[in-house]
Design a protein around this ligand. Structure first.
Ligand code: GLU
Length: 419
């Protein structure tokens, strides 16, 4: 059985979850209409000269889903298969994510249809600078603050910051987050999403009365989120038994040496054929009997076609949208404790918020302060969501959406409509 095509459209997934929570909240119909629609969508065409002299035109998007609680906030994704629907879904997820952790932002997302793995650094720089110039009136510290996402990184943010600043004739560090440390970046930002995953997983383990030192973990994805989550979980004493990547998976029942695996991947380009582990099937690894599964790679990994095979007790969604909407009831029926993406991976945007605050203050915090504040905020949000779920008899995902939608709807009601 394979998953139905519609199931894999992220916008359908976002709308299905929204509708479920809105109904449970008995949300006012007008507010519902507002929240189902983005505030602004911009499509641009980016002509760029490639290194061989040819000209290519790339398509770029920025969608601001909501600016009710503050500036739009969210990453920019560079991938060959980016679609406007995907960016719309991701933008709305950012609204709910920022509301779940109660930081003063709306939600936005950007994307450029391109393959960063085959473009040179010079080509990526030209795409990024032209994208920024075209979006000059759309983004800004008080308007919309981009950050890295799949296919973009610190360097991309440095180019955006520089291009924006050149247009404004002065340095504006707070226009993007996820910048390099010496360009107004925050300590702890690189590992923040993975650290957030660790924090909420530790809270979930407490509920199951599982000693972290005995917890068996499987992580899918070994990039910025999965790699850091695996490293930090392993450093916290958990047994990371399997890492799953797009080109294969590795397994060691006694726990993998994550630092050594990172070194191996950097040297060989792959996690497979690692001396400290055996190669295993990348599909089967997801179905291993374990305490925690961390899908931290991409969308649509757990679907109606395979949700029944998952044997983890806890799923910590490091990626955005790793579970499709039709898979939710299957996980629920099997008693799996899901830490939904809008909570589980909110550590990244939370430290982005800290970065933006530091940039605006011009006063930078040490790493332990960043991590301490991240932990305080993530633990509080985890407890908010889980107690909401218990109180209202809904699953954690629905609870997170209800909590978030309620916060945004309340703001819209207070502000009223400008006509
Ligand atoms: N792209 C990340 C996310 O999906 C981070 C967004 C941000 O820091 O603004 O949450």
């Amino acid at each position: 059985m394979s998953a139905h095509h519609d199931e894999l459209n992220p916008l359908e997934a976002a709308e299905a979850r929204f509708d479920l929570a809105a109904e449970a909240l008995n949300l006012n119909e007008g507010i519902c209409k507002i929240l189902r629609t983005p505030t602004k969508e911009v499509t641009i065409y980016i002509p760029v000269e490639l290194d061989d002299g040819r000209i290519e035109v790339f398509t770029g998007y920025r969608v601001q889903h909501s600016i009710a609680r503050g500036p739009a906030k969210g990453g920019i994704r560079y991938a060959p298969d980016v679609t406007l629907d995907e960016v719309r879904a991701l933008a709305s997820w950012m609204t709910w994510k920022c509301a779940v952790v109660n930081i003063p932002y709306g939600g936005g997302k950007g994307g450029v249809i391109c393959d960063p793995t085959i473009l040179s650094q010079r080509e990526l720089e030209r795409i990024t600078r032209r994208y920024t110039a075209e979006m000059i009136d759309v983004i800004g510290p008080e308007l919309d603050v981009p950050a890295p996402d799949m296919g973009t990184n610190q360097q991309t943010m440095a180019w955006i910051m520089d291009t924006y600043s050149m247009h404004k004739r002065h340095t504006v560090t707070a226009v993007v987050t996820g910048k390099p440390l010496n360009l107004g970046g925050s300590r702890g930002r690189t590992e923040a999403t993975g650290r957030g995953c660790l924090i909420v997983t530790l809270e979930a383990l407490k509920r199951f009365k599982i000693n972290p030192k005995e917890a068996k973990v499987v992580v899918q994805g070994f990039g910025n989120v999965g790699g850091q989550a695996a490293r930090l979980m392993s450093a916290a004493g958990m047994r990371v038994v399997s890492i799953v990547e797009w080109d294969g998976a590795v397994h060691n029942a006694n726990g993998l040496d994550i630092e050594a695996l990172m070194k191996h991947r950097n040297e060989t380009g792959s996690i497979t054929d690692f001396a400290g582990a055996e190669n295993v099937d990348k599909e089967e690894a997801l179905y291993l009997d374990c305490d925690v599964l961390v899908p931290a790679a991409k969308e649509n990994v757990i679907t109606s076609a395979n949700a029944h095979k998952i044997r983890a007790k806890i799923i910590c969604e490091g990626a955005n949208g790793p579970t499709t909407a039709p898979a939710d009831p299957v996980l629920k029926q099997n008693g799996i404790f899901v830490i939904p993406d809008i909570l589980a991976n909110a550590g990244g945007v939370t430290v982005s918020y800290f970065e933006w605050v530091q940039d605006r203050q011009g006063y930078f915090w040490n790493e332990s302060l960043v991590n301490e504040r991240l932990e305080e905020l993530m633990v509080a949000s985890f407890n908010d969501v889980v107690s909401y779920a218990e109180k209202h008899g809904v699953d954690n995902r629905t609870a997170a959406y209800m909590l978030a939608i309620d916060r945004v709807a309340f703001t819209i009601q207070l502000r009223g409509l400008y006509a």
